[in-house]
Write a protein that binds this ligand. Sequence first.
Ligand code: KDG
Ligand code: MG
Length: 403
Amino acid sequence: MPKIIDAKVIVTSPGRNFVTLKIITEDGVYGLGDATLNGRELSVASYLQDHVVPCLIGRDAHRIEDIWQYLYKGAYWRRGPVTMSAIAAVDTALWDIKGKLAGLPVYQLLGGASRESVMVYGHANGASIEDTVAVALDYQRQGYKAIRIQCGVPGMASTYGVSKDKYFYEPADADLPTENVWNTSKYLRVVPELFKAAREALGWDVHLLHDIHHRLTPIEAGRLGKDMEQYRPFWLEDATPAENQEAFKLIRQHTTTPLAVGEIFNSIHDCRELIENQLIDYIRATVVHAGGISHLRKIANLADLYQVRTGCHGATDLSPVCMAAALHFDLSVPNFGVQEYMRHTPETDAVFPHAYTFADGAMHPGEAPGLGVDIDEDLAAQYEYNRAFLPVNRLEDGTMFNW
Ligand SMILES: O=C(O)C(=O)C[C@H](O)[C@H](O)CO
Ligand SMILES: [Mg+2]
């Protein structure tokens, strides 16, 4: 059996912080797992180093499900983003090892390919509607079949998803949280106008997506969804905070606009009611934050029963290790919807060489055994950890709000 003899937690910051778990077996085969939790990276690094790694040594790397159950049930304190990101990293690394030992890409171990490639969506953003549409046209020219569009709101200094840089969006931007200010009514006026302009410029053959980022009440989301129906959005994402899964019933009563949620979910329990009551159309849970490939497959299998499709989160704070794992998952899962793809910077790609490719609006994980991603530890060591918080959001009167 491939006995685990060591495991390393590698924290590196090529432009932004990443946490990577490397599990090594006695015959030298190793696997990688992403453990990055944006703004709380060191919590997961410590959880792994201090509470998980000691329990892995000597175990059979082939026993993925048993180790998953051991880490989940054995912790006593179940679920939560830190715990489930740590378990995810172990799970992902063990799938990487299993693939390498079998000489097969992980997607082949997951049931083989269910499609030729994985449709991804890009991110067009700009200070104005015109700027955003211009960037969206560029993504369309690059071959993207799906584009998320986010624009600035007149009278607001900042809003979610709009950055100075057109192509590399990283919200964790300061040593202490940046304070943003929010105004819902100004926002609600702009988004339908953005989609009207985008449809006029890009036509109807491209999927257009938008991320509300947890900032509306259910009835406000119902209003926006209804206003947007004429522009056929592919989805409205994170329409309202989803701790109260029931809230989505109110949105559903008012609009047929498809809904996506779940990038901050970390277990099947966060999404069960939403899926079973068909309150959403896409589930955004990810490999790195929802317990790894093994648990994400269980979420996808539940979703499949209710015609809910996957739409995994894929922002730049999910490392290339997670992107590689997500693509193997996406290629094989029957109820695939779309994969988010925010390109990493060249520095990040150099630290994490990978086999996955992009062409004509779609991606493929490649045929390398395992996940097809590696980490250059010498290069990684050159990038010191650099504390960075996600912003916080307040209303104009100072009330603390959702970022
Ligand atoms: O990519 C998205 O849809 C996001 O909402 C990005 C998140 O704000 C980001 O991953 C938080 O770290
Ligand atoms: Mg989002």
